[in-house]
Each structure stands twice: as structure tokens, then as C-alpha cells.
Design a protein around this ligand. Structure first.
Ligand code: ADP
Length: 362
């Protein structure tokens, strides 16, 4: 028996604290009936969304992440990944009206806090049939789907400290064994996941990707995430942070703390001559390392109390951020003496949006 699926187009949207993530399933196997009823709007979407990579100044399609010719609920098609700042949500709504999207009524599955905040606009201005989904439920559903579909979705670094070649390998991930999921968005949620349908949010912290970006803008005068990451990559945090060896002259042997470990993040910045020596790149690097040290130690504590040996890291904070993934991977390995493995994900911040899209084929 064939299920009757909703009419196209199939969009799901995750409206987060910083970024809107939009996923679009482009069907490639339309029936003559569907071409008659939905063909025109799908052509319009193809013309605007799928043939461009940038939309205005702030919208981008991550074409490297596109999943081509996949099976989704028995249909064949391409999965597209699009993002823009949440601060531009009202421009996006105006654009949809300009493109006459509000003259058609179709279903959209929406998640993230903005699914609530923008519900009125979506229903009243865009005439959408708006279905809200919980962002953590959909996060796990999206992860479950993509990790099965894409053999390269999950990966790890064999030699995270080797900058030239950290040895990235695909990781064969099985969602049925318990793991920790650390989602680094504007803020951070830490989940203990036992299966696709059973999980608990065990912790969180407000010191997340938004903190990195906000502090970087304040300290360096940069104005975008991409710029902040570029600065951090070029900087040296030891010019800003006070290390164990700055205090001990070497290791703190009694408690096994090597000299190169940070004793005090930003601890050099009380001295004016140290401040004069630190460049904006150094400040950006130190901001990154400070946030990462905090994420690392909270994640490690959670993994130990929950007794799991795999930590998956998701969220857009890891976008174009190989540096942070290597730092996290090394820290997990070092502090757990090789017992806990850090695993990363190609589709970073898009899992909740993908999980919401799955509602179309339920
Ligand atoms: P949220 O759902 O809270 O918006 P995300 O998973 O989308 O969370 O991650 C947001 C974080 O990703 C930002 O705080 C920032 O650190 C990082 N980031 C990555 N790319 C961008 C970008 N283009 N603009 C702003 N922040 C970005």
C-alpha cells in the first residue's frame, strides 16, 4: 500500500538564535499528474533557489553539502542546504511575498525558537500551513537519517595535532549505541542519546558559538563569523592566555599538568605590555580556545558521568572551523587518555532542519 504524501514543494526551516537553516527536497521523479499540478511552482523554485548559490547579501546555498539523487520517503531527488542570518528573517518574509509564494498554500515544517517567534508572520503574511517541531527531537531524527544515508557524514581525526594532515577518516556510526551529542549553536545543548527516540538533555551552557562571535566582534572589530575564524586561525593564544609554565616555569608535576596547558584564559591581559604585544588575531584565537576549553571540559564531565565513549559534535559553530574540531578532538583524547572519541559531522548545523523535513514522509 502506497502512502499519500503531501504535495510539493517540501521545505523545512530551522530558525535558530543566529542562523536560519532551510532545507529543500527537489524531486526528480515527478509523475505527469504532479507536473500538471505542481510543475510550475517547482520550476520557479528551481529557477531561483537551485540555480543560484547566493541570495542577496546574506543568503547562501551550501552547494558542497548538497546530497544528489537520494531516496527520501520513496521519492528520488536532491537535498539542498541554505542558510541566512536570523536577523534577516523579515527581509526573507518580504522576499517570499515579492516572489508570490504567499499566493500558494503549502505545508512547512518549522523548528528552532523562531518556529514560535515567527509563527504569526508565517501564517498571516505567507499563508503557510505551519507545523512546529521540537528542535532537539528533530536534531536526533536528522542525525539518524543523514548518518545512515551518507557514508561520509560522520568523521574523526586520527592525528588532530598534525595541522598539515590531521588524517580525517569516515566514522562508521551506529545510533543504537549510547552517545553524547553536543550541539554547538549560539548556545550549547548536551544530550545523552540512547536511540533515535530515547534521549535526555543533560546539560547546556550559554557560552557557545554566539559567545565566540560576540566577544570576537568586541575585541577585534571584526564583523562576521568567517572573518573571526580567519583571524583565530592566524593568531597565537599563548600571547593572551596565562599558561601553567608562565606560573611554574615548567610543568605542575604533582598533579600531572604540563606547562603548555592554559592556567588562566586571558590571564596575561591585565598587563599593558602584554596587551600591546597581542594582535587582534591573537585575541580571536584566545577567544576561540577559551570557549573550546569550556565546551571540552563540560562535555568530558558529561561523558564520564553518563559512561559513554563517543561524543558527537554538531552545530554551525563548527562550520569552516577545522581548527576547533582538531582542538576538541585532541582535548577529548588527551583528557580521557584515549578512552573517549570525538566525532564530527559534515552537515554541521543542518540536522534539525533535516529532521523536520522527515515529517513530510512520516
Ligand atoms: P542557532 O540555531 O542558535 O542559530 P547554529 O547551529 O546555527 O545555532 O550555530 C550558530 C553559530 O554558528 C554562531 O554563533 C557562530 O558561532 C557560527 N556561525 C557559523 N557560520 C556563521 C555565519 N555565517 N554567521 C553567523 N554565525 C555563524
Amino acid at each position: 500500500e502506497k502512502k499519500v504524501l503531501p504535495v510539493f514543494p517540501w521545505f523545512a526551516i530551522d530558525i535558530g538564535g543566529t542562523l536560519v537553516k532551510l532545507v529543500y527536497f527537489e524531486p526528480l521523479d515527478l509523475t505527469p499528474d504532479e507536473i500538471r499540478t505542481e510543475g510550475e511552482i517547482l520550476m520557479n523554485i528551481r529557477h531561483y533557489l537551485v540555480s543560484n548559490r547566493a541570495y542577496g547579501e546574506d543568503g547562501f546555498r551550501d552547494d558542497a553539502l548538497e546530497l544528489k539523487n537520494i531516496r527520501f520517503g520513496g521519492r528520488q531527488g536532491n537535498l539542498h542546504f541554505i542558510r541566512f542570518p536570523t536577523s534577516k528573517m523579515s527581509n526573507f518574509i518580504d522576499l517570499c511575498i515579492m516572489k508570490h509564494l504567499h499566493t500558494l498554500t503549502f505545508q512547512v515544517f518549522a523548528t528552532g525558537g523562531g518556529a514560535y517567534k515567527f509563527e504569526y508572520d508565517a501564517v498571516e503574511k505567507l499563508k503557510l500551513s505551519w507545523h512546529k517541531c521540537d528542535e532537539l527531537d528533530t536534531l536526533i531524527k536528522g542525525l539518524s537519517y543523514l548518518s545512515k544515508l551518507n557514508p561520509n557524514e560522520c568523521f574523526y581525526y586520527e592525528e588532530p595535532q598534525n595541522e598539515a594532515n590531521p588524517n580525517k577518516h569516515p566514522f562508521k556510526f551506529d545510533i543504537r549505541n549510547p552517545f553524547l551529542l553536543v550541539n554547538i549553536g549560539s548556545g550549547i545543548s548536551i544530550l545523552h542519546v540512547e536511540s533515535e527516540t530515547s534521549y535526555r538533555r543533560i546539560s547546556g551552557t550559554s557560552i557557545g558559538g554566539g559567545t565566540f562571535l560576540g566577544l570576537c566582534c568586541l575585541l577585534t572589530g571584526c564583523s562576521s563569523y568567517d572573518e573571526a575564524i580567519q583571524l583565530a586561525t592566524a593568531g597565537d593564544s599563548t600571547k593572551v592566555d596565562k599558561l601553567v609554565k608562565d606560573i611554574y616555569g615548567g610543568d605542575y608535576e604533582r598533579f600531572g599538568l604540563p606547562g603548555h596547558i592554559v592556567a588562566s584564559s586571558f590571564g596575561h591581559m591585565n598587563l599593558s605590555e602584554k596587551r600591546d604585544q597581542a594582535t587582534i588575531a591573537d585575541l580571536a584565537r584566545s577567544t576561540l580556545v577559551t570557549v573550546l576549553n569550556n565546551i571540552g571540559s563540560i562535555s568530558m564531565m558529561c561523558a564520564q558521568t553518563e559512561n559513554v565513549n563517543r561524543i558527537l559534535f554538531s552545530g554551525s559553530f563548527l562550520r569552516i572551523n577545522d581548527l576547533s574540531m582538531r582542538i576538541l578532538a585532541f582535548a577529548m583524547d588527551y583528557w580521557s587518555r584515549g578512552k573517549i572519541k570525538a566525532i564530527f559531522l559534515e552537515h554541521e548545523g543542518y540536522f534539525s532542519a533535516v529532521g523536520s523535513l522527515r515529517e513530510f514522509i512520516r
